[in-house]
Design a binder for this molecule. Structure first.
Ligand SMILES: Cc1cc2nc3c(=O)[nH]c(=O)nc-3n(C[C@H](O)[C@H](O)[C@H](O)COP(=O)(O)OP(=O)(O)OC[C@H]3O[C@@H](n4cnc5c(N)ncnc54)[C@H](O)[C@@H]3O)c2cc1C
Length: 315
């Protein structure tokens, strides 16, 4: 039986969709043990799902939880790997996780593959590259576990309730290198999280600061809103919505690009999306090079028709 260690940089009272996806993926591969630096007050209740046989945390996780970017998270993962000798160590493809798992890979002298879309029990990781036109499969040649981060939206999350797993504290404490001074919950937009959403509506300079149509379209589709750097720099939306090389990387099933030219730095953040639909009035815009469907037209004329058609089909 393949032994899978799943790393979450933190566990809240409810699992995120991406965390549920990762546990679904792990359950299909073998026995799963979760390793994390912190647990919510409800303990392991969110992890009481089929396949999860145990939870490992840092020492005294109740009074001294270990949060990203504390480098001790890597020590937690390495200590857990020392206890379990897993075949696979899996995490989400998010900056906090990649940071901790990269450090853990150094400690364990193990290989790390980021941005995978799938992993097999024998330690092969698949990646989608060049705008999903190629799939590559890689295997770590050294002994030791394969450490991989998995992109969201690669599997349908299906979790079955089970008994609460037991918690075992590892002999690793939070380091003094990082001190969290304040934590503040971001105000909810009512839309899905950008990095986890299965549909993203992204907009650029073309909207000229008027978000009414892209917001309406996003809400009809249950989508997250993303933006180009021009749009975030202009202050039309918060910087956290920026998709691209210096923003977030998204990999939704459907990415709608509205009034975005498709510069290479923008493509770097969205080219592995499943289906890319581009709306741009310039037929030579680079975004059309990677779009599956393109509409050449003024977004102010195209979007109202799209919204009307979506509403008609939804009945
Ligand atoms: C180091 C570095 C890092 C960068 N990182 C990022 C990044 O992470 N993310 C990012 O997005 N950019 C990034 N950029 C900037 C990037 O190079 C582009 O400048 C930016 O993506 C352009 O944004 P845009 O497409 O919204 O604007 P523009 O390039 O100005 O394109 C606007 C598009 O809208 C179309 N348009 C205009 N009006 C309409 C209309 N009414 N209907 C339909 N279409 C219309 C135009 O035809 C045009 O194609 C980075 C640049 C550098 C140098």
């Amino acid at each position: 039986m393949t032994q899978v260690l799943v790393f979450f940089d933190r566990v809240e009272t409810e699992l995120s969709r991406a965390q549920a996806e990762l546990l679904t993926h792990a359950d299909a591969l073998g026995d799963t043990v979760v390793v994390t630096g912190s647990l919510p007050v409800t303990g392991t209740a969110p992890l009481a799902v089929k396949g999860v046989t145990g939870v490992l945390t840092g020492a005294d996780h109740v009074n001294a939880p270990i949060y990203a970017p504390d480098p001790a998270l890597a020590d937690v993962v390495a200590a857990a790997a020392g206890e379990l000798d897993p075949d696979l160590i899996l995490g989400l493809d998010a900056p906090e996780t990649v940071d901790a798992l990269a450090r853990a890979a150094v400690l364990l002298e193990a290989g790390l593959i980021t941005g995978a879309t799938g992993v097999t029990g024998s330690g092969a990781a698949t990646k989608s590259v060049l705008a999903d036109s190629w799939h590559t499969t890689a295997q770590i040649s050294e002994d030791g576990p394969l450490i991989a981060t998995l992109r969201p939206n690669t599997v349908l999350p299906v979790l079955v309730d089970a008994a609460e797993p037991e918690v075992v504290e590892l002999d690793v404490a939070a380091s003094s290198a990082v001190e969290i001074l304040k934590e503040a919950e971001l105000p909810s937009t009512g839309r899905p999280t950008l990095t986890e959403a299965s549909t993203v509506v992204a907009f650029g300079r073309g909207v000229e600061g008027d978000l009414s149509l892209v917001e309406e379209l996003a809400d009809e589709l249950g989508a997250a809103l993303g933006a180009s750097r021009v749009a975030t720099d202009a202050g039309w939306i918060d910087h956290s919505a920026q998709v691209g090389q210096t923003g977030v990387i998204v990999s939704p099933k459907l990415y709608l690009s509205v009034g975005i030219s498709g510069a290479v730095q923008q493509k770097a953040g969205m080219q592995t999306s499943g289906t890319i639909v581009a709306i741009n009035k310039d037929e030579d815009a680079p975004v059309f090079e990677i779009a599956d469907f393109g509409v050449v037209g003024d977004l102010n004329e195209v979007l109202p028709q799209m919204i009307e058609e979506i509403r008609r089909r939804k009945g």
